[in-house]
Structure formats: structure tokens, C-alpha cells
Design a protein around this ligand. Sequence first.
Ligand code: COA
Length: 148
Amino acid sequence: MTVIDLDPSWLAACLVLDERALNGFWSAQQWRSELEDPRRLCLGLVRDEKGLSGVACGWLVVDELHITVLAVDPDERQRGHGRRLLTALLQRARQDGAAHATLEVRSDNIAALSLYHRVGFKTAGRREKYYRDGSDALIQWRRLSTEE
Ligand SMILES: CC(C)(COP(=O)(O)OP(=O)(O)OC[C@H]1O[C@@H](n2cnc3c(N)ncnc32)[C@H](O)[C@@H]1OP(=O)(O)O)[C@@H](O)C(=O)NCCC(=O)NCCS
């Protein structure tokens, strides 16, 4: 499997993965904007010419990478794909001038929190009742070193 830059030709595959891994997090229009905007980073782990095993996207605000999506197909989890995609996204952001990275994650998302902590993120704060169902978000933050 290979990590590639996703372009708009991957829209249909992103929608399939989004439905399977995130229960329809973004609409087709949101995915299209993500894939078309050259300021956004969007990487995919490609299974074959049509299929995606995972995606990792973010955007650079000055020197900070804001991670917007990280998802791995439910049938392919716990095989290192999430870590591989996240590491690739951080490396790419560093090359593009990012000095730190941040994101929000549900406070009960144990899989994502352990992945972020494994990759060096620290919990930097809590946004209470951030999600529609009333659950809290934990702000994750890490510095990106020049070696990355
Ligand atoms: C979070 C997610 C991307 C992890 O992807 P993954 O490919 O399964 O993760 P990896 O196999 O690379 O695991 C990396 C680390 O994460 C942790 N981890 C992953 N899944 C875990 C689980 N179910 N329970 C506990 N820890 C877990 C482990 O610490 C693992 O480290 P190790 O391999 O050294 O033990 C995946 O579960 C997913 O797509 N979840 C739904 C979408 C989501 O919640 N995204 C994050 C939104 S902020």
C-alpha cells in the first residue's frame, strides 16, 4: 500500500471511506473543497486503483497544522495504517513550514487518543460539550521537530 496526495479524482473513494469509517462526516461538497484546495493537505493510503484504506487531511494556518480528518477503514484497523498516515501528514506539514500540529478528538475516543499519544501529542485542553451529543473534545497538540 502507498501513501499518496489525493486529488479530486478520489472524491468517490473518499465518500465511500467516510461513510464506512466516519458515518458520513463530510458531504460531497466538503470533500470536493478539501480535495481541490491547494492549501489543504490530504493524503490517502491506497489499496488499489479505486480503493482507499485510510485518509489524513489538514490545513496550515500560519505555522500550525490543523488536522481535520484521520480515518482508517473499519476492516483494516490496528495494522499500523493510522500511525503511518498521521506520520506522513506531519512530515509533509513540517516540510511546508508547520512548527506544530493540533486537532480536537472526542474525550471517549480511546483508539484515536492512544494513537495521538503514541505519536507524541499531548492533551492541551478540553472543550466542554463541543459535540452535538454533548460530549467533550480534548485538544491535542504537539511540536514538530526539524528532523521530521
Ligand atoms: C483512530 C484510527 C484512525 C486508528 O487507526 P488504526 O489504523 O487502527 O491505528 P494503528 O493501527 O496505526 O494504531 C496506532 C496506535 O493506536 C492505538 N490504537 C489503535 N486502535 C486502538 C484501539 N482500538 N484501542 C486502543 N488503542 C488503539 C495503539 O496505541 C496503536 O499503537 P501500537 O500499534 O503501538 O499498539 C481508527 O481507529 C479510526 O479510523 N477510527 C474512526 C475515526 C476516528 O475516530 N478518527 C479520529 C478522529 S479525531
